[in-house]
Structure formats: C-alpha cells, structure tokens
Design a protein around this ligand. Structure first.
Ligand SMILES: [Zn+2]
Length: 548
C-alpha cells in the first residue's frame, strides 16, 4: 500500500512533519523538557538583602546566572519554619496545607501539637521516642506531583530540621533525612522505610567520634563580622558570644546541640546530599528526579546572634561555599542538566540592640524587647483575675502558641463562661499594651479587607489555629532577653529570595511581585506535570525579562 502513495502525499506529510517540528521548537523555551534533577533549596532565615552577585560560591553563582526575583515575599502571617517550607513545596498557603504554625493547640484535646508529629508508632523516629511524618499536611507537593505523573521518578529530602525535610518532601517521597539533636545523628522515621546503609555509614556508631561529624573542630573560629564587633550586646551567651565557640567538645548531648548551632551542620547536610545523589543514582535513570535541601544553621545562628553578627556572616559564607561545591558536583555528575529553585522560609528581625544603635527601632517599648515570660505572666494574671480566681489555674483556660491564644472550651464551660468572653477579655487587655498592634479573631479576619488580615487568613486552619491571633507592633520583639526571632507579618520576616536557575529560562533580575507559593506551580508546569486544582500560587513566566 505504501508503494501507491503519490509523491504529493509524501510531500504533504513532510510539510506536516516540518510544521509540527517548528511548533515544538517554538514552544521549547517554555518547558525545561525533562532535566535529570530538580533541586529545591531552602536556606532557613535568609532575607534577600543578604545575597549579592559578588559572593564567591554557589549563592553568588545563582545570583549571577539565575533568574532572580527581587520582590518576593511570603503570602502568610506567622512567618515560621513549617509554614514557610510547606508554602514553597505545595504551592498553597499554609492554611490550606493544614499547617497553622510550627506548633499549635488542638481545640478538641487542648494538646500542644508539633507540625510534623504523628500518633502512629509505626512512624517512630529511628533512635528516638517520638514519631514524625507528613500526616498533618493536607496538600501534596511538587515531589508528589512528579511521582504521580512519573512513578519511576524519585524524591529525596535532606535538612538540619525534621519539619523542613518532611514538609519539602511531601506525602510520597523515597527518602527523607534530617539531623536530630536528641539522637545526635541524621535520621528518618518509619514512615519512610528503614534508614539506608549509606546513611548509617555517614552517621557512624557515634556521629562525633567515628561518623562524619568527627572531622569538625572543637571550636568554631570565625573572623569578626564586617558589620559590627564580635561579642555584641543582646547576643546569646549560651556557647560564648565571641569567636572560639565550643562545638565538638563536651558530653554527647552538648556536642549534638552545639553542632546544631554551627555552620558545620550545613556542611554535613551537603555531604549527605552528595551521598544520596550517588548512592541513589539520582538523575541517572533517564527520568527527572527531585531533591529538596533545607540548610538550617543560618536560622539557629541567627536566633542566637542576629543577622549582622560575625557568626551569621561566617555561616552564610560557609553556606555560599557549600552550595557552590554542590553545584560543581551536580555539574559533573549530571553534565549540568539540572534545575535549581532557591528560596527561604522567612527572614528575621535584627537584634533590637542593633536596631536601636542604627536607628531602625520603631517599637514604642524602650529597647524593643518584650520578655516573653513576663508578658505571659501578665496575661495569665489577667485571666486569673477575670475568670479563674481564687482556685482555678488560668493556664488551663488559655494555651499560647507563637500565633496567639487558644481557649479551652471545656474549662470555660466548667467556669460558666463562654469562649467569646475569654477572647474578649484578652483582646481588650492586649490592645492596651504598647507593644501590640492588633488582636485578630477569626470573625474579624473574615470581615476585614486589611492586607494583614489576609496574611492571617492564609494561615488559618479551623480547629488548630488560635481563637485570637496576636500581632505585635513593627520591630517589637516578644522573645527571650537575648537573641532574636521572626514570625511577624512585617517585611523583615516576610521578604525572601526566589531564584530559578537552569536551562530554558531567561536569567536576570526580575522586579515582578511574587510569592514563595509560586515556586511549586512554576516548576510543576515547566516539567509538564498535572497541577492539582486549587493552588494559591501562580505559574511564573520564566522566559520573560523586565520590560519585554
Ligand atoms: Zn525557619
């Protein structure tokens, strides 16, 4: 039959084929095709102002060669680690993903819960007495979408923190590893299957004696920060305030905690990542694999010493170096055929003492520090006077988390009062305090068009979010008497970097306003995956430059 096809038919078929090819070529800048590996990188507590194209390592390389969004923010209030990571990986706001905070109080049981805990003992953390899994997550991740469309693709996640590794990976990953202080090793949980031999070899019998951490020095030496002197007022005194911080010395428990608060945690994270890539042969099986990494030490160090400290600058420099080495490693292993997205889960407030010195303090409370224990004591005293005197315990009436307060409905009932009465009393009291901007109840959030209310709405999980959110004033730090924190709705906490790097996108600085929830949909679409319905993030056009 083929023999009878007339020459003009063959010519037409050729024309059709050429047309199809032209169409495909015209579309090709839109899709990555199938890179060997997608690498989702989070640097915990990295504000965008800390990055520059002059950095000599991987962060500098991404700044120079990547597509850098200079106006990127989180789209939710309570800017903490668990919500921040889940926003990056799922493309929905933390509320929709079932993650109202790092921890929350369950309205039914009154119990404080952790965002990645799990009552199922089959999900026990290896070496520990507690369980971890993504059970609380009510949304799927980029890794889940990848595996749904390509079941042979593999998804791995590594971090210094359980909540980061678990939320970046999703429901159906192949391996999730994190550093667990209490077991002084990198570990995983029964949810993910047994800990592979190569992770056990990495750990050794004792991580700090014959495991990978044995190579780290006794003390962490760093040059004084360029922004300010070492040993600055307001820094944590926990492991000294100046260079020469003890790390690999002391009892196992001390070493495990000191290592967690040092840049060496991130160096170990990269080394484990490299072993995962090699042992699992990621990107070398002819399909796209996904690797999520969250570097944790900048956050732990930032909490202790603030972002302008010598400690934090040295940590960032080491992260820059270690990411540079990782990219070189991937260049070599995957012949450069990989895509990177880098972002962060939140920023941080500089030390109040530094803000006072540099003129950045706007909090009306002198010095900007509101000691949390004192604030809580005052709140409980008020609750005691209003509701539980003389013999009741106000701590049974209201539990506080980082977001706000949760009232025990059953105790309120016992006392013959309503939840609303308690919320009302707390709201009136708090709004009289100089450090409070606003107290938000769910009803107020619903009826408000204030942009701040939207940030809290995006975080709201019924039955888990508090009965009232507490919004401190800008630069007021409700925290300990040393160190600093994040969690607020203000730009210093909400601004994050977003960088895409790899083939098929136009590099440069992009000023378009974007959010971290846009990362997963954008990558998903570029990989040609089916995106789930109801995503909050949008697909960014990676081919366009400003002004085009
Ligand atoms: Zn964090």
């Amino acid at each position: 039959m083929f023999l009878f096809i007339r020459p003009y038919v063959i010519f037409s078929l050729w024309l059709l084929a050429l047309l199809l090819l032209a169409l495909l070529l015209a579309q090709s800048p839109k899709a990555f095709g199938s890179p060997k590996l997608v690498v989702l990188v989070s640097v915990d507590q990295l504000g965008p102002g800390r990055l520059s194209a002059d950095m000599p390592g991987g962060l500098g390389r991404l700044m120079r060669e990547g597509r850098v969004y200079t106006n990127a923010k989180l789209d939710h209030g309570l800017t903490n680690t668990c919500p921040g990571h889940v926003a990056m990986s799922t493309g929905v706001n933390p509320g929709k993903a079932g993650i109202p905070g790092n921890s929350y109080i369950d309205h039914i049981t009154g119990q404080q819960r952790y965002c990645v805990d799990d009552e199922d003992d089959a999900h026990r953390v290896f070496g520990a007495q507690f369980n971890r899994s993504p059970k609380s997550m009510t949304a799927t991740t980029l890794g889940d979408w990848l595996k749904a469309s390509s079941p042979v693709s593999r998804v791995f996640s590594v971090s210094g923190k359980d909540r980061s590794a678990i939320t970046m990976a999703g429901k159906n990953p192949d391996g999730v590893y994190w550093y667990e202080k209490s077991v002084a090793k990198f570990t995983s949980s029964g949810y993910y299957g047994p800990l592979p031999d190569y992770v056990q070899v990495f750990n050794g019998d004792e991580f700090f004696v014959d495991g990978y951490a044995a190579r780290f020095p006794k003390t962490w030496e760093h040059k004084p920060g360029s922004h300010r002197a070492d040993d600055y007022a307001g820094e944590s005194k926990k492991d000294l305030r100046h260079s020469g911080h003890p790390v690999n010395v002391g009892e196992l428990e001390e070493r495990a905690a000191r290592f967690y608060a040092s840049p060496f945690l991130d160096l170990a994270t990269t080394e484990l990542v490299k072993r995962v890539v090699d042992e699992e042969r990621l990107g070398r099986k002819g399909v796209t694999d996904l690797l999520a990494i969250s570097y944790s030490s900048l956050d732990v160090v930032g909490h202790r010493y603030g972002p302008y400290s010598g400690e934090s600058e040295d940590t960032l420099a080491q992260i820059d170096t270690t990411i540079g080495e990782l990219l070189t490693f991937l260049d070599e292993r995957l012949a450069g055929d990989y895509v990177v997205a880098l972002s962060s889960d939140h920023g941080v407030l500089p030390l109040p003492e530094w803000l006072v010195e540099t003129g950045g303090m706007h909090c009306p409370v002198d010095g900007g520090r509101i000691p949390i224990l004192k604030a809580m004591l005052q709140l409980y005293w008020r609750l005691y006077l209003d509701f539980t005197a003389p013999f009741g315990d106000p701590r049974d009436l209201v539990g506080f988390s980082a977001a706000g307060g949760t009232v025990s409905a059953s105790y309120a009932q016992q006392l013959g009062i309503t939840v609303e009465q308690v919320v009302d009393s707390m709201e009136r009291y708090l709004e009289e305090q100089a450090y409070i901007e606003e107290v938000w109840t769910p009803l107020e959030l619903e009826g408000s068009d204030d942009p701040i209310s939207g940030l809290y709405r995006n975080l709201f999980v019924p039955g888990k979010s508090p009965h009232f959110f507490i919004q401190p004033k800008e630069t007021c730090l409700v925290y300990f008497s040393e160190g600093t924190s994040h969690g607020s709705v203000y730009d210093y906490d909400r601004r994050v970097p977003i960088i895409f790097y790899g083939a098929g996108m136009a590099s440069g600085l992009i000023s378009e306003a974007v959010h971290s929830i846009d990362i997963a949909p954008t990558l998903g679409e570029k990989l040609g995956l089916d995106l789930p319905a109801g995503l909050d993030g949008r697909v960014l056009d990676l081919g366009k430059l400003d002004g085009n």
